[in-house]
Design a protein around this ligand. Structure first.
Ligand code: C2E
Ligand code: MG
Ligand code: MG
Length: 715
């Protein structure tokens, strides 16, 4: 492909016209000129001359002034008007000086007087050809220059970068077309305007030495970030920022002076739009510091903000609060309704919490259902409490997700700077301890950190270690508390109650260690050991031929929630060859409420296996008749707190009477717990309660004593 500025293009054809009526003369001239030009036309009359001149543009015209049919001067005039670039050489028989001067004045290039010598003609012709060639070359270079300039302009304008020049005062002298695309201005609008018109106000100071850079070479501006304003009133897309972030390269423009020094004439600059990259960076940044699901800040960002706020709180001496928040029983939602519902619940929940906060507060999601809240500046302790209450209150109304109405509660722990710690770690740890305390106290609430919580946490942790060791060393025993048929006073059942024979503390009751076992997951191995004990006991009593009684085992919520609970339970019974219908379970209402559908399913399977089901502590929970009808329940155990309200000579209690009537109606067996007096026993008997359990008739007994008592009954 030929280069755009190929030199061959300069060899333009030279065309000559000879107007001469004398044949010999004409031929001579033609021969001479023919060597130098590419085309020679001849005309022997004025008419022929005009015909040629109309058809062709000539570079050289040799014109005889004396023609038979036309005036040479006339033809010259024509040439001057129509082909002013033609080099005209006049040949004339008129030898007066005046004629020559007149001809030259009329625009002729040279004048030859007839008769002329050949050398004379040759010289004149050579000069003329030279002149034409020069002119052609000139034209060619001009054309090349034009093309080159066009190309450069095109290259500059094709570039997505904004290329500009400024004069020494900082006014635009040139702007490439990309200005329109980049900032929405037609370039012409800004020519002569000061650059500050397009620089973002906050960046003006930065721009001062950058946009109209005077330095050059290494010290010039390279890769400097700057914001430019888009033209006002321009429609911006949803993704568009009102400004453009650009990377600027600029340098001083200098002109050499004749003395070799240089004169500053302005600035040359290139600004590259990096808004898209900036936005992408911002997105990546956002993702690195935010939780994907809820869009809330994550742990890393929370740490950052807490650190900053702490520094500020220290300087300015104000209070700051850190809260640890943990959703109560979120796992249950996830396990029973699926992760999608769980996710949506977390999203909806975080929105509600956010709505309780101020702009400056930071709510972060730091784990599955764990959140942390930073209140960077609070006037007093009470204002932190107020926010906690506000959050708890906001969660009170149910969440509607996928057609499920979900009730959510939250446990909150609060630590304050500077009272509860001066470092990030300590504040977070203490808020966490306070949260533990809230969980301990029945969840759905908030507590501030207190030093003694720390102590109780230490006790707790010690207990956990001991619990593990106790399980390994099999320090757990099972006691049996008999249940009597009120009418016959015969033993009809035994409740299995776990005890811990602690090496230092002696016998420890379940209320002290079951909650910790539940929290730490140790409840599973513990229950396993209890079940083993009970199964072996049942088998032993059976083999001893003792009267058949029902042994009931207390279950904990997390136990039933285990997915393979039923299988594990029944296979243990089978493995120990426990006689049918000898072992039952006790569950509480609140355990059922945690996952009604899942529980129903499991309880049905157990009932199908011959396991009797009792509702423990009945009356203290929801006491809903509805679920009683849906569940395969055999027995309700009326809670001891109601039984203990029965006093001699009193009217009795309407609650116990009501429960008795209800269980009667539902044909359920009713056991009264915690019977401590004869009066209570009598009252219960009157109400038609079949069985009872309590200190009045028997304390929980160790296996030996329980065996003896059962054996007595055979007598
Ligand atoms: P619960 O199932 O309601 O057990 C009855 C509790 O009342 C027992 O306390 C028993 O000793 C006590 N009690 C019995 N008669 C009387 C009385 O006349 N007056 C009074 N004031 N109390 C009486 P204990 O053994 O301390 O058990 C406490 C709770 O621990 C049980 O309440 C049960 O929920 C739980 N628990 C016991 N053993 C286990 C177990 O093996 N696994 C699980 N998950 N929980 C257990
Ligand atoms: Mg019980
Ligand atoms: Mg009970």
């Amino acid at each position: 492909m030929p280069h755009a500025f190929d030199d061959r293009q300069s060899a333009l054809p030279i065309r000559a016209l000879i107007v001469e009526d004398e044949a010999l003369s004409l031929e001579t001239i033609r021969l001479l000129i023919g060597q130098h030009v590419s085309q020679v036309d001849t005309a022997r009359s004025g008419e022929a001359a005009y015909t040629h001149l109309h058809a062709t543009d000539y570079d050289i015209v040799l014109l005889d002034l004396t023609l038979p049919d036309a005036s040479g001067h006339e033809i010259m005039r024509h040439l001057r008007e129509r082909q002013p670039d033609a080099v005209v050489i006049v040949v004339s028989g008129n030898d007066s000086i005046e004629s020559a001067i007149e001809t030259l004045r009329a625009g002729a290039y040279d004048y030859l007087r007839k008769p002329y010598r050949a050398e004379e003609l040759i010289k004149t012709l050579r000069n003329a050809v030279q002149k034409v060639k020069l002119r052609h070359d000139n034209r060619h270079y001009q054309h090349r220059l034009q093309q080159s300039e066009q190309l450069h302009r095109l290259l500059v304008n094709l570039s997505p970068d904004l290329i500009y020049t400024l004069d020494i005062e900082g006014r635009f002298t040139y702007l490439s077309d990309s200005i329109a695309h980049m900032l929405g201005y037609p370039g012409i609008e800004l020519i002569g305007q000061h650059y500050s018109r397009i620089v973002h106000e906050e960046d003006l100071e930065k721009a001062r030495y950058r946009v109209n850079e005077r330095r050059k070479g290494d010290r010039a501006t390279r890769g400097h970030e700057l914001r430019f304003k888009r033209k006002e009133g321009l429609p911006v897309g949803p993704e568009d920022l009102p400004h453009v972030v650009a990377e600027l390269n600029s340098m001083g423009l200098y002109r050499p002076r004749p003395d070799g020094s240089e004169e500053l004439i302005g600035t040359y600059g290139v600004a590259r739009d990096i808004s898209a990259r900036k936005q992408a960076e911002a997105t990546i940044n956002f993702q690195a510091y935010h939780d994907q699901l809820t869009g809330l800040p994550n742990r890393a960002l929370f740490r950052d903000r807490l650190n900053q706020s702490l520094a500020q709180a220290k300087r300015q001496g104000h209070l700051l609060a850190v809260m640890f928040m943990d959703m109560d029983r979120f796992k249950l939602v996830n396990d029973t309704l699926g992760h999608l519902v769980g996710d949506r619940l977390l999203q909806a929940m975080s929105q509600r919490i956010r709505a309780c906060l101020r702009e400056a507060d930071t709510l972060a999601r730091i784990g599955g259902d764990e959140f942390m809240l930073l209140l960077p500046q609070i006037p007093n302790r009470e204002s932190a409490a107020m926010i906690a209450r506000k959050v708890l209150q906001a969660l009170k109304s149910p969440f509607l997700i996928d057609g499920h109405e979900l009730f959510v509660t939250m446990s909150i722990g609060i630590a304050l700077f500077p009272d509860d710690g001066e470092t990030m770690e300590l504040l977070a740890k203490h808020a966490d301890i306070a949260l533990y305390h809230t969980k301990d106290k029945g969840r759905d609430g908030y507590h501030f950190f207190q030093q003694d919580l720390n102590a109780s946490l230490n006790i707790r942790m010690k207990l956990e270690t001991e619990l593990r060791r106790g399980l390994q060393r099999r320090e757990f025993e099972v006691y049996y508390q008999p249940q009597f048929a009120i009418a016959s006073r015969r033993i009809v059942g035994m409740e299995a109650l776990v005890r811990w024979r602690h090496p230092e503390r002696g016998m420890v009751g379940p209320d002290e260690f079951i909650p910790i076992a539940e929290d730490t997951g140790l409840i599973a191995p513990l229950s396993e050991q209890v079940l083993q004990h009970v199964c072996q006991q049942a088998r032993q009593w059976h083999e001893m031929g003792l009267p058949r009684v029902n042994l009931s085992i207390n279950l904990s919520a997390s136990q039933i929630e285990q997915s393979e609970f039923v299988e594990r339970f029944t296979s243990t019974l089978q493995a120990n060859r426990v006689p049918e219908r000898m072992i039952g379970i006790e569950i509480t209402e609140s355990m059922l409420m945690r996952d009604m559908d899942g529980s129903i399913d499991k309880l049905r399977q157990l009932a199908g296996f011959g396991v009797e089901i009792s509702i423990d502590d009945f009356g203290t929970g929801y006491s809903s008749l509805n679920y009683l009808k849906r569940l395969p329940i055999h027995t309700i155990k009326i809670d001891k707190s109601f039984v203990q309200d029965i006093h001699p000579n009193s009217e009795g209690t309407p609650i116990v009477a009501g429960i008795a009537a209800m269980s009667h109606g539902l044909k359920l067996n009713m056991v009264a717990e915690g019977v401590e007096t004869e009066a209570q026993l009598n009252y219960l008997e009157q109400l038609g309660c079949q069985s009872c359990q309590g200190y009045f008739l028997s304390y929980p007994l160790d296996p030996k004593k329980a065996t003896r008592l059962l054996a007595l009954q055979t007598l």
